[in-house]
Design a protein around this ligand. Structure first.
Ligand SMILES: Nc1ncnc2c1ncn2[C@@H]1O[C@H](COP(=O)(O)OP(=O)(O)O)[C@@H](O)[C@H]1O
Ligand SMILES: CC(=O)OP(=O)(O)O
Ligand SMILES: [Mg+2]
Length: 615
């Protein structure tokens, strides 16, 4: 199976055709200087370049894709196209098939990755037009960091802002960090799940990642790819007070700050000779002080982060360098890795200087033989990682696609459903409930009205009524509520109230004593027949759902599937279950397994005692 991988940068396009089983390159094409008077095209790393004239991403791809495919024996063999997308926001935590709706979502994130997402999207749109008959898959830089614990991904802003799922630290270069961590583990003959690694992706963009037992737990980029290390043209960390100062005292506008921090700073800004470290190193060797300073500030920042990440993980088994700078600059590696002996990492100067990566040796060590912490260089290969993700998704969906549609999770607080009769007894004859807000399930609403619920031990003064009225009264509470009320409620599917305990409800116009109807709701997923077909499940199946919400990942067993045309895809859990998984109320929209994808496993158990008419 051949996969075309497209990585559109702001001024470049890299397009590779890879054989998915071996990762071998079948053909490759590099286009550079897009947006300048003369963009250039080069195939298979050859020395000859062809001029393309002044082209944008779409024009460049339109002119060249056919030429690239002509270089294949069988151009029709392309099974799928993978696109690197830098910002996937809170929504995209695993690779997805691209639809127009996914394109729009990528577009909405453009302001958070101004150097990247617009270019990524231009490439996607052009490629989908040129190759309309194959699957296009977006693979996100942010996805690997979906496991960042809350303490690492939260900015210390006022709580409501800090808790906004769109205002967190996301992290980038995840495709590379994950790939490099895996390769390093193989080199060390260990399982990545047993290792604490610091991966240093030092390219034009640069970031570090603490990969603890296979998962990203801290990374240097944040909401945008601007936080953290010094980069080719980006500042990395800077006192936010400096921005306020520039705005107040020097009248900087938003556009000017964006330009300054993203495009005019970093190695290019300090050195004054551009963002290519090779040029900067050459000038520094000739005594240029600006270039020396650029190198010192860059290396100092990386060292600082390495120390921090070792502290966070309580130690480190290997520090892995990758990216154009990490793989090629022995000088920069030396500056960064010298005097790390206190961490158990002792640099071998000769090995560092002589080290050359090759395709047969994509990972090499440059620490002294018995160092406790290994120093490694690993060749990163984002396009191979993307090709693997795309082929995995295509192969999987050819079997049974169980994992693509994320399932929103809603946490239900205690509430009550009432019959028309009960509403009239509590609020007066002819009384109609007043809708307060719509619920996600079509036609359902939370009412303005509440009732007092009186249990043997305690009472709840105001329990929300959910409308419209139903054929049965039903009070849904959590296990914790049971203790408070002093009542033993069984775990039941909605509508299945036979032999459940009763309770006293009190309203402004009267009270209703229920003989039965108090249940602890059986966690369940509402879905349409289309969702059910997608997941390969039927109404009343019992499944397992893995959630990665807060920093308390959890797999829920015994989740009941409810299928109806009237439903919308959503899983309902109660407050105890939500707290156990650290899920914010209604906040976390998707279910993901520990691998970063929703997981829905069919089990043999079927539950047949539910009355389908009750809901
Ligand atoms: N031999 C080398 N010595 C020093 N720096 C190098 C060398 N080769 C590449 N680089 C640097 O690597 C950086 C580009 O890294 P790369 O990972 O290719 O960038 P991108 O993020 O655009 O993919 C540039 O700063 C370049 O100067
Ligand atoms: C996210 C990022 O900085 O990517 P790149 O290194 O390709 O600029
Ligand atoms: Mg890069």
């Amino acid at each position: 199976m051949k996969i075309l991988v497209i990585n559109c940068g702001s001024s470049s396009i890299k397009a590779d055709v890879r054989e998915h089983a071996t990762g071998a390159f079948v053909a490759r094409m590099d286009i550079e200087r897009i947006g300048q008077p003369n963009a250039t095209l080069r195939f298979d790393g050859e020395d000859v370049t062809t001029d393309l004239g002044p082209v944008d991403h779409e024009q460049a791809l339109t002119k060249t894709i056919a030429l690239l495919l002509q270089r294949l024996d069988n151009p029709g063999a392309i099974a799928g196209v993978g696109h690197r997308v830098v910002h996937g926001g809170a929504r995209f935590t695993h690779p997805v098939r691209i639809t127009t709706e996914v394109e729009d979502a990528i577009d909405e994130l453009a302001s958070l990755a101004p150097l990247h997402n617009p270019a990524n999207l231009a490439g996607i749109r052009a490629a989908r037009k040129l190759l309309p008959d194959v699957d296009h898959v977006a693979v996100f830089d942010t996805a690997f960091h979906a496991t960042l614990p809350r303490r690492a991904r939260t900015y210390a802003l006022p709580y409501a802002m800090a808790n906004d799922p769109g205002l967190r630290r996301f992290g980038f270069h995840g495709i590379s960090h994950a790939y490099v961590a895996q390769r390093a583990a193989e080199f060390l003959d260990a399982d990545v799940r047993d290792l604490r690694l610091i991966t240093c992706h030092l390219g034009n963009g640069a970031s570090l990642c603490a990969v603890e037992f296979g998962r990203s737990i801290e990374t240097s980029m944040g909401l945008t790819p601007l936080e953290g290390l010094v980069m080719g043209t980006r500042t990395g960390d800077i006192d936010p007070g400096l921005l306020i100062h520039l705005m107040r005292e020097h009248g900087y506008t938003v556009e000017q700050l964006d330009e300054l921090l993203n495009r005019k700073s970093g190695l290019a800004g300090l050195s004054g000779v551009g963002n290519d470290l090779r040029d900067i190193e050459a000038r520094a060797a000739d005594g240029d002080d600006h270039c020396r300073l650029a190198i010192q500030v860059f290396a100092h920042r990386v060292r600082k982060y390495i120390g921090a990440y070792a502290a966070i993980m309580g130690g480190v088994d290997a520090i892995v360098f990758a990216g154009g700078i990490g793989e090629n600059s022995a000088l920069m590696r030396h500056r960064i890795a010298q005097r790390l002996d206190f961490l158990g990492a002792r640099l071998d100067e000769d090995r560092n200087r002589e080290l050359q990566l090759a395709s047969e040796q994509p990972v090499q060590s440059f620490s002294t033989p018995h160092a406790r912490t290994r120093l490694l260089v690993a060749r990163t290969d984002e396009s191979r990682a993307i090709a693997e993700a795309v082929s995995k998704l295509i192969l999987k969906s050819d079997e049974l696609t169980l994992d693509q549609r994320p399932i929103p999770v809603a946490v239900s607080a205690r509430h009550v459903h009432l019959t028309r009769e009960a509403v009239e007894s509590l609020f007066g004859p002819g009384y109609e409930l007043t809708p307060r807000n719509d619920l996600s399930q079509p036609g359902q609403f939370a009412a303005e009205e509440t009732v007092r619920v009186v249990g043997p031990k305690n009472e709840f003064p105001a329990v929300r009524i959910l409308g419209p009225t139903r054929s049965l009264n039903q009070l849904e509470i959590s296990r914790t509520d049971e203790f408070a009320l002093g009542i033993d409620a069984p775990v039941r599917a909605s509508g299945d109230v036979a032999n459940s305990p009763g309770i006293l409800l009190v309203g402004p116009a009267g009270q209703v004593k229920l003989d039965q109807g108090v249940i602890c709701a059986w966690r369940h997923i509402h879905m349409t027949p289309d969702d059910a077909a997608h997941f390969g499940v039927q109404d009343r199946d019992v499944v397992e759902v893995a959630v990665a919400g807060g920093d308390r990942d959890l797999t829920f067993g015994d989740v009941l599937v409810r299928v109806s045309e009237k439903y919308r895809l959503e899983m309902h859990i109660d407050t105890d279950e939500g707290n156990a998984a650290n899920l914010g109320r209604g906040a976390t929209g998707t279910l993901i397994s520990t691998e970063g994808r929703a997981q829905l496993r069919r089990r043999n158990t079927r539950y047949d005692a539910v009355d389908p008419a009750a809901e």
